[in-house]
Design a protein around this ligand. Sequence first.
Ligand code: CA
Length: 221
Amino acid sequence: MRILIVEDEIKIAHGLRDVLQESGFVPEMAHDGEDGWFKGSTEDYAAVILDIGLPKLDGLSVLRNWRREGRTMPVILLTAKGSWPERVDGIDSGADDYLVKPFHMEELLARLRALLRRNSDQGSTIMTCGNLSLDTRHMRVSVDSVPIKVTPLEFRLLSFLLHNGGRVASQEELATAIYFQDQEPDSNAVEVLVGRLRRKLKTDVLRTKRGFGYYLAESVE
Ligand code: CA
């Protein structure tokens, strides 16, 4: 899943990027409010981490612009210590959650996972479909409780599909959600990836809707 980070402090931005990448997400960055607004308006992200104090355009204005444009992706605000009126403004402007700087990366990840779960009908960090189970916290996959070794790319694909709750995702949508910006996947990369994953998982939950794309569904007995 693609996550947008809008943060002007390079150290924090890079720290967030690295942690998100290690945790199975596809992070993208913007370093000022205008660029962040543009990216969030024109690209689809599963969630956004948005700093309030930004050059060119402040985070609250960016958030209000998105909501006015009908952009509904979940947004976590990063706020300065002690500025509670700012947080009230943030939530009133359409933020879904906030974190006070300095924050622990683990807390940010937990809040992010919780926000992403809201849109799927899964109640815990262990998401399931049929006999497939994905531990989003520890990045583990199992089928019938037997652990399956998957690559980070394979994990990202399963995670994206599980968070989409059975909705069909096109190859193009999947490629955008699971490959990093500097990777240029071949046109048949997703197809190859799905084929490899099916052989590994040995379960029929990963389905093809011919001409449309892929989705997860429980087996029909
Ligand atoms: Ca800042």
